[in-house]
Structure formats: structure tokens, C-alpha cells
Design a binder for this molecule. Structure first.
Ligand code: CAA
Length: 295
């Protein structure tokens, strides 16, 4: 595999394009918006500069990484040479089904079609194509250049050949792929989201404040971020949508999203990306003060 297409230039898409390009793959980064493509490329350059400054990579690697990426607003042109497509578009089932239907018709028959979905059924996405055996989940973690894990999700019809090729490819990126089966939330979010939800419930019930909850979990459990800060980092809308997938898919009240989370998303408080969540990011994410009615 040499040619990789990444669909979506947002946080996950630009991170995925970054790691493939840094490891010598030719990447076509595709997005319907040229503004998003420009923003995505600027983020990749900023993160490469950070790696150069930390002496993780040299200037030549930075240049070759950027040279390995081409940008496209036309889906067909962007995927037609792909050996592997990694879709990282919006976490919306109808958008994903429509993209997979299109890329199935635009790519060569042997191409593997992967999705970076954090919770939508791989089996359902695969069913929108004529090659369900070649559809698989490649769930990268944010920030992609830093996090080692790729959660590999085997859909009901995913073949062993597709699984093996995807595992090998992830290893070539210096990542650690770990495979699991296709059930709601897979493994990462089935375990992470109830923890985040419980932190929000603890805040909602007045057990402790934002800083107290995060400090207890950060220092007590050696987590790099407390659960409320992590929720802001992931996006409160994303957390809510994953919890709803768990709630509906597993049919258990223990996954019901906390009303405070629902209210915050309804009010447009989405975390880092909207400038406010459990913390206030008006002056950037570092040392952001607590915000909102629970400050
Ligand atoms: N690109 C490249 N390097 C980056 C980076 C990026 N986007 N972001 C951070 N880094 C590097 C920094 O350069 C720094 O490198 P050194 O260790 O060599 O100095 C290192 O990462 C740490 O960064 P910072 O010093 O800026 O900040 P930090 O120590 O607070 O770490 C963090 C930031 C890596 C994000 C850390 O807080 C962390 O690991 N947080 C938890 C992240 C996490 O849980 N991610 C999973 C979210 S869930 C998900 O993604 C899936 C889903 O479906 C919801």
C-alpha cells in the first residue's frame, strides 16, 4: 500500500494524514471545503514544527511530510488512486453511509475502505458498499501524532485479509493496533464514556466541583487529563452522541447521558472547539479557568 486517501481535514483527519505522510505514504487529503483543507494543512505544519522543535523529527522530514500530502475538494479525484481510504468526516451516520456508497464506486475494487468512526457500526457502514469484506474500523486517538493506539474494529463481514493488512499498516505508522469486534462503542468508548458521564453526574449532583473532580482523577489515577477536561478536549457534542449510541445500542439506563451534558450541548458549550465547556478557553487551553454555573 502506497496511496492513502483521508476524507475530512478536521482534527482527526489532519492528524491521520500527518502520520501517514510522515511515514512515507502519499496522502490525498479530501474535504468538501477548501477552507477546511487550508486549516487542516496549517495544523499539520504547526504540529510538525512542534515535533522539529522537540527534535522528534528533522527539518527534512517536515518538508517531505508536507510534500507527501495533496489536497482535493473533489471526492472522486481524491480517492481514485487509493489503496486505502480512511474516512474521518463528521460523526453522522447518513453522511458516512453516503460517503461509503460513493467511495465504493470511485475506488479500485481491491482498495480497503476504513472509517475512523468512534461509535457508528462498522457492519452498517460496510453494508452500504459492495465490498463489506474490505470495510474496517481504524479508530485513531486524539492527538493522532502522539497517541499510540489504533483501535481496529472488525465488522461482521470484515475478512481476515483486511484485518491483517490494516494491522500491518498501523504498525508501519509506529502505532499499536488492537483489534476488537463491532459492538456499540467498541472497547475504548464503551469504557471511557461512562467514566466521563459519571464525572458529569458527580458535578451535576454537587458531589464536587470541576477542578476537584479532575484533580482527583488526574492525580489519583495518573490520568494525563481529568475526565471533564478530557470531555472538553474530545468535544461535548461528540461525547453526547457516543453516549446515545451506547444507550440505544446496549439498551441499558446506565449509559443515559447526564442532563447537564445534554443542556451544555444544547447551549452550544462544546468544550475547546467552541471556546467554553467545563472550562473557559477564551485565552487558550492552557490553565483554562472553570466556567459556567458550576464554577
Ligand atoms: N501533534 C504533535 N505533537 C503533539 C500534539 C500534536 N497535535 N499535541 C501534543 N503533542 C506533543 C507535545 O509536543 C509534547 O511532546 P513532548 O512530550 O515530546 O514534550 C507532548 O505531546 C505533550 O504535549 P504538551 O506538553 O503540549 O501538553 P500535555 O503534556 O498536557 O499533553 C496531551 C497533551 C498529549 C493531549 C495529554 O494531555 C493527553 O495525553 N491527554 C489525554 C488524551 C486522550 O485521552 N486522548 C484520547 C481521547 S479519546 C479519542 O480520541 C477517541 C474518541 O473516540 C473520543
Amino acid at each position: 500500500m502506497k496511496n492513502i486517501s483521508v476524507i475530512g481535514a478536521g482534527t482527526m483527519g489532519n492528524g491521520i494524514a500527518h502520520v501517514f505522510a510522515q511515514n512515507g505514504y502519499k496522502v490525498s487529503l479530501v474535504d468538501i471545503s477548501s477552507e477546511s483543507l487550508n486549516k487542516g494543512m496549517a495544523t499539520i505544519e504547526k504540529n510538525l514544527d512542534r515535533q522539529v522543535k522537540k527534535e522528534v523529527i528533522d527539518q527534512d522530514t517536515k518538508e517531505s511530510t508536507l510534500n507527501n500530502i495533496s489536497t482535493h475538494t473533489d471526492l472522486k479525484t481524491g480517492v481514485q488512486n487509493a489503496d486505502l481510504v480512511v474516512e474521518a468526516a463528521s460523526e453522522n451516520v447518513n453522511i458516512k453511509l453516503s460517503i461509503f456508497k460513493d467511495i465504493d464506486s470511485f475506488t479500485k475494487p481491491e482498495a480497503i475502505l476504513a472509517t475512523n468512526t468512534s461509535s457508528i457500526s462498522i457492519t452498517k457502514i460496510a453494508a452500504a458498499t459492495q465490498r463489506p469484506d474490505k470495510v474496517i474500523g481504524m479508530h485513531f486517538m486524539n492527538p493522532v501524532p502522539v497517541m499510540k493506539l489504533v483501535e481496529i474494529i472488525k465488522g461482521y463481514a470484515t475478512s481476515d485479509e483486511t484485518l491483517d493488512a490494516t494491522v500491518k499498516l498501523s504498525e508501519n505508522l509506529g502505532k499499536v493496533p488492537v483489534a476488537c469486534n463491532d459492538y456499540p462503542g467498541f472497547v475504548a468508548n464503551r469504557i471511557l464514556m461512562p467514566m466521563i458521564n459519571e464525572a458529569i453526574i458527580s458535578l451535576f449532583e454537587g458531589v464536587a466541583g470541576v477542578k476537584e473532580i479532575d484533580t482527583i482523577m488526574k492525580l489519583g489515577m495518573a490520568h494525563p487529563m481529568g475526565p471533564l477536561q478530557l470531555a472538553d478536549f474530545i468535544g461535548l457534542d461528540v461525547c453526547l452522541s457516543i453516549l446515545n449510541v451506547l444507550y440505544e445500542g446496549l439498551g441499558d439506563d446506565k449509559y443515559a447521558p447526564c442532563p447537564l451534558l445534554v443542556n451544555m450541548v444544547t447551549a452550544g458549550k462544546l468544550g475547546v472547539k467552541s471556546g467554553e465547556g467545563f472550562y473557559d478557553y477564551a485565552e487558550g487551553p492552557k490553565n483554562a479557568p472553570v466556567s459556567g454555573q458550576f464554577a
